[in-house]
Design a binder for this molecule. Structure first.
Ligand code: ADP
Ligand code: MG
Length: 249
């Protein structure tokens, strides 16, 4: 019936627990989370504010060490590595997109992208070419010399996406990437993330509480109070709806 999932697993978390100490109490923010996602797929992580979404992607992406559990990223046991190795892993393989864009105020759109590419080891000329291509792909080919103050919110987020995609990351993490944007710009941004999955084979993990984005997901994970409540592929959802329609006919 259903074809096996064609794409390999890119990222897997097993038994992830994270606690924070606030004053004298510990709060458990991740309560033994099992998570995986595949190359070429857009996985949406949804859930109310404070449910642990940002903590989860921080643990999965090497930004925040979990107290328990294991993260296997592109076949590597991420948290068993030396800190320097984790930093290198992030630089080589991960792209990040945040709600607040996280651009450098003093740099032009082009420089935002070339800086990270040079840091990764590209020559200045290669970095420039790659950056210009990445910015053109997100529709900013004519805005290369603009600084953040001269760009709209939607344009700023597209610069952040170009910066993340220019290094062709295998893992792309987006934390509420559309929440500072209006509907139209949000849609442009989410379609670019979808393209990173479909055309570049990245595993895209997108945290959002915007239900309008569900339509772009291959898989939707609902998290509440540090636990996964629901995990389904949208193809399964569509198939289920079809089945029950047929059963009802
Ligand atoms: P979400 O992204 O779903 O809104 P978060 O992962 O940011 O949720 O946070 C989950 C819970 O953990 C919240 O109650 C938050 O206050 C708490 N929290 C997050 N980071 C820290 C921290 N560094 N120290 C203490 N508590 C934190
Ligand atoms: Mg958050």
């Amino acid at each position: 019936m259903n074809a096996p999932h064609p794409q390999p697993i890119a990222l897997q978390g097993a038994g992830l627990v994270k606690r924070f100490k606030t004053g004298r109490t510990h709060i458990e923010v991740l309560k033994s989370i099992d998570f995986d996602c595949r190359h070429g797929e857009m996985t949406m992580v949804m859930g109310p504010s404070g449910s642990g979404k940002s903590t989860l992607i921080a643990a999965l992406s090497g930004l925040l060490r979990p107290d328990e559990g294991k993260v296997t990223a592109l076949g590597e046991d991420l948290w068993s590595q030396r800190p320097g190795r984790i930093d290198k892993f992030r630089l080589d393989h991960c792209g990040f997109i945040f709600q607040g864009f996280n651009l450098f105020g003093a740099l032009t759109a082009l420089q935002q992208v070339t800086t990270i590419l040079k840091y990764k080891g590209y020559s200045p000329a290669e970095a420039r070419d790659r950056a210009a291509i990445a910015l053109t792909e997100v529709g900013l080919g004519k805005r290369l010399e603009q600084r953040p103050a001269e760009l709209s919110g939607g344009e700023k987020q597209r610069v952040a996406i170009a910066r993340a995609l220019a290094k062709d990351p295998r893992l792309l993490f987006a934390d509420e990437p559309t929440s500072a944007l209006d509907g139209e710009n949000g849609q442009i941004v989410i379609k670019l993330l979808q393209r990173a999955a479909k055309e570049h084979g990245a595993a895209v993990i997108c945290v959002t509480h915007d239900p309008r984005l569900e339509a772009y997901a291959d898989r939707i994970i609902h998290i509440e109070d540090g636990r996964i409540l629901d995990d389904r592929r949208t193809a399964d959802v569509a198939a289920q709806a079809k089945q029950s329609a047929l059963a009802g006919a």
